[in-house]
Design a protein around this ligand. Structure first.
Ligand code: DLL
Length: 435
């Protein structure tokens, strides 16, 4: 079985990787400066010329790009090749503001699929596998990216898209799927449905899952691994930088290897923009050094994260990013305290609840309110009011210990919270709706 998709790159000595990145960066900066007037203006304003960028060490001299720039330049303002050379667009879900549209040449699609092929290989995939792709197809990059990667690896590919959950299980059984690709929240739903259909992991052949596109905790990982009888691998990416496969997990499961030959990561202080030393938590920034059509330099992802370089037992030398702790804009400030939904998820699963919950934040009488609805499973359900109230109190206490603020917990009946087939919506912040 192949251990690496591209061993010479994935196990490259760090100095050689830096030399390769530097060579590609220099070319990329010239390409962008010559072909993207929007970015040329940013460089001119900052007084940086392409010849000032001679290696990765000069990266910090370049201006940042943010989502606001992408919106301003929408749809074609950051395109670096004639549109006739592009073969594909993909897009973000655009829940807030304008969508982001990313363009790809055939070369860009190939590189992207290669990155996804690396991820599938790192999860143990090869040509004997049956890979069920249950990420959404269409403008979202999840379906297209993993589909292309699966083809490259030579897996038998099931382009299921998301939804139609019982049929997913049926296909999984009939065709003997061994790898499942979907969001972690959908994987949890599939695990639950398997159980509801009276089946166990022994009735399916799945061995691995490649789950990403949304934050998920280690507790959630263990719960999915148990319900589906698999090893669950994380995968990271974003539309602006290509899609899934920017980084992927190996069997060690201690962070995701970044495909550094294509994307140079940095961690910056989100307030000052200062580059932080390795190991610090800050905002993740990417520079894509191989893309032709939509090459973003120093793109601020808003994901909070940490980078670590070190020997990995899998043999890969690619730098690792930790699980993103959420986007800086996912962080809620409730009564002056910073709260990430993932902290709440950790407590819920530790306390034996399912990952089906909804966080509602509001402001009443000038004070923030935090309400958390949590689903009970059939065993936790009780028709005695007092039992439920005691459980609610206990859970609220555990959450208060984690967050430092008191939530109101509502235990709700089994199956009453809507399941997610794609990216889960876990938070409703009504304060934003009022503002
Ligand atoms: O979610 C691409 C993707 C598809 C990644 C399938 C992995 C699997 P966007 O819709 O543009 O692209 O959303 C990108 O999702 O900035 C993160 O905030 C979040 N995200 C993606 N992967 C992870 C992950 C796709 N593994 C945004 N853990 C990113 C936590 C993730 N957050």
């Amino acid at each position: 079985m192949a251990k690496y998709w591209n061993e010479s790159i994935e196990c490259m000595a760090p100095d050689d990787m830096k030399a390769l990145q530097s060579e590609r960066l220099v070319k990329q900066v010239r390409h962008v400066y010559d072909n993207v007037p929007y970015y040329r203006n940013l460089m001119d304003e900052k007084g940086v010329r392409p010849e000032d960028i001679r290696s990765v060490d000069d990266l910090h001299k370049l201006p940042f790009l943010s989502k606001a720039d992408l919106r301003e330049a929408y749809p074609c303002g950051l395109l670096a090749v004639p549109q006739s050379e592009c073969v594909r667009i993909q897009s973000t879900s655009g829940t807030t503001g304008r969508r982001v549209v990313a363009f790809y040449t055939q070369h860009d699609v190939d590189l992207w699929e290669d990155c996804c092929a690396r991820a599938i290989t790192a999860a143990g995939g090869n040509e004997d596998d049956v890979c069920q792709v249950a990420y959404g197809y269409g403008l979202f990059t999840g379906g297209a990216g993993l589909h292309g990667g699966s083809h490259k690896v030579g897996c038998l590919t099931l382009p299921m898209s998301s939804g139609n959950t019982e049929r997913q299980i049926q296909f999984m059984r009939d065709l003997g799927s061994t790898i499942l690709c979907c969001t972690p929240s959908y994987a949890a739903y599939l695990g639950e449905t398997l159980h509801d259909m009276g089946l166990t992991p022994d009735d399916i052949k799945l061995k691995a899952g490649i789950f990403g596109a949304e934050p998920w905790t280690e507790e959630m990982r263990r719960s999915i691994e148990k319900s589906l009888g698999i090893k669950a691998y994380d995968i990271f990416g974003l539309t602006e930088i290509s899609g899934p496969g920017v980084a992927f997990e190996c069997e060690e499961q201690t962070g995701m290897h970044i495909n550094e030959d294509n994307f140079i990561p940095e961690i910056i202080d989100p307030e000052t923009g200062e580059v932080l030393p390795e190991g610090s938590v800050g905002e993740l920034v990417f520079t894509s050094i191989t893309k032709e059509a939509f090459p973003l330099l120093r793109y601020r992802t808003r994901d909070l994260c940490k980078l670590t370089r070190g020997k990995c037992s899998c043999g890969r030398t690619l730098i690792k990013m930790c699980k993103p702790m959420g986007r800086s804009d996912d962080m809620m400030i409730i009564r002056g305290v910073n709260v990430f939904p993932s902290q709440i998820e950790t407590v819920l699963i530790e306390q034996g609840y399912s990952p089906n919950y909804l966080i509602e934040v509001d402001r009443k009488n000038n004070s923030d309110t935090l309400d958390i609805s949590v689903e009970m499973n059939a065993d936790q359900f009780s028709d005695k009011m007092k039992d439920i109230q005691d459980k609610e109190k206990h859970l609220a206490g555990a959450i208060k210990t984690m967050l430092g603020i008191n939530p109101k917990v509502h235990l709700v009946s089994p199956k009453s919270i809507t399941r997610s087939e794609g990216k889960a919506v876990r938070v409703i912040d009504r304060r934003k709706l009022h503002d």
